[in-house]
Write a protein that binds this ligand. Structure first.
Ligand SMILES: NC(=O)c1ccc[n+]([C@@H]2O[C@H](COP(=O)([O-])OP(=O)(O)OC[C@H]3O[C@@H](n4cnc5c(N)ncnc54)[C@H](O)[C@@H]3O)[C@@H](O)[C@H]2O)c1
Ligand SMILES: NC(=O)c1ccc[n+]([C@@H]2O[C@H](COP(=O)([O-])OP(=O)(O)OC[C@H]3O[C@@H](n4cnc5c(N)ncnc54)[C@H](O)[C@@H]3O)[C@@H](O)[C@H]2O)c1
Lengths: 204, 204
């Protein structure tokens, strides 16, 4: 079983291996990979052996096969469909980010309650009214949802999308969602990240 | 010594206590606080006793004094000054977010290399050209920087701001910054968060 920090590191190795692939490098070793993500070489070797990848002594790892193996473990081979609920300032920025597509995530649709936003296209995604949520989710069957609505609305929206089969929520509203434990929720609280940064500086 | 997950939880307790304050509630207990952030009551009690806050049996915690104590531990009492480098889609959204101010962080200035953006005001922050970075940082002496430039530029910009006294960087560019260990760096890789979510669904 992989811990959350280990999964986070695998995803960073995956990102750096793809950067190496783009630059034409075919092999790497745990020391170099460690330097790319600011961890020790021992941590890299432990993470990779926990998913069954052992480097060849003196040669290291083949970049392409290691990237493919990590991708399979992380589920990047699978084509994930996501929807976004709430296309305000943050939603608008996230819809234009190419980083999600590169990992195999496609934003199938976006929804908002603001009549002025309906039928606009942001990035390559069309904004639909919330009264089409049910029809679209039954048809498209996305696994994931990105929640970028105001905090006060987050709970109600989360309940709605879980009821329509969403299995995982990436929540940006600074509030705790209480949904069925069968649904995976990852919270990104950006103000709390800045607070963590201040704490680290204060405690040196 | 507080671990990173514990600091993260304290920041969530802080958020929820302020929500209680806003609604006029004066006391709470570890069971209620636990439910608000989806952890067990035992974890709450352990976290709070590690910063010297012990509830009174049967009465619990005084909301205001607990919030103030956690705020002091997290450094929220101190007035932190931050600058932003790179005001594109993501920077534009973050400059409009009120969540940072509420925790005592003020965005003193924002910088960009795009001439079309210079002297625009976003939220309440004016966008300045990069050739004013040195003058402004020497005058304002911000401790923190939010980095929202493209990955290819992140390293060069990070070196510049560290050279001008920045002590902490909140980095959104999906690349690892190698700066002096005296500087605190927190990386937010949103694509990797989505990958974590997919991993959790795939591994149930
Ligand atoms: N702006 C940021 O950079 C930032 C940073 C951190 C966290 N957040 C959080 O992310 C969320 C979005 O922030 P924002 O700045 O984009 O806010 P915003 O007000 O600009 O956008 C919210 C959007 O949600 C829509 N909406 C409201 N209720 C809805 C509902 N029930 N169903 C569907 N759509 C609905 C609104 O019409 C609007 O377009 C908030 O919870 C905020 O606290 C934002
Ligand atoms: N858009 C998103 O939601 C999102 C999500 C996750 C991560 N990111 C990451 O955040 C960063 C910003 O993303 P974005 O979508 O806002 O990109 P963007 O291209 O819209 O904005 C980048 C801004 O940085 C400015 N810039 C470029 N070089 C600079 C330099 N040397 N000094 C100062 N300013 C400079 C540009 O003029 C532009 O305004 C990128 O690294 C991206 O990978 C963005």
């Amino acid at each position: 079983d992989l811990s959350t920090p280990a999964v986070g590191r695998l995803s960073l190795y995956y990102r750096e291996l793809h950067r190496l692939l783009d630059s034409g490098q075919t092999s790497t070793n745990s020391r170099d990979l460690a330097a790319m993500v600011n961890v020790s070489a021992a941590v890299v070797r432990r993470d990779l052996s926990s998913i069954g990848s052992v480097g060849r002594r003196g040669v290291g790892y083949d970049v392409e096969s290691l990237a493919n193996h990590i991708g399979a473990v992380l589920g990047s081979g699978v084509h994930w469909k996501a929807v976004m609920i709430g296309v305000g300032y943050l939603g608008n920025a996230l819809l234009r980010y190419r980083g999600f597509e590169r990992l195999g995530f496609s934003l199938a649709a976006a929804f908002d309650t603001d009549p002025a936003k309906i039928h606009q296209v942001v990035g390559s995604t069309k904004i639909l009214p919330m009264d089409q949520l049910e029809t679209v989710l039954r048809e498209v069957k996305p696994e994931l949802a990105i929640l970028t609505v105001p905090s006060e609305q987050a709970k109600e929206v989360a309940d709605k999308i879980v009821g329509l089969g969403i299995q995982g929520i990436l929540n940006f509203a600074p509030t705790t969602l209480r949904v069925s434990s069968a649904v995976a929720v990852i919270n990104v609280d950006l103000a709390s990240e800045l607070q963590q940064l201040a704490f680290r500086i204060q405690n040196g």
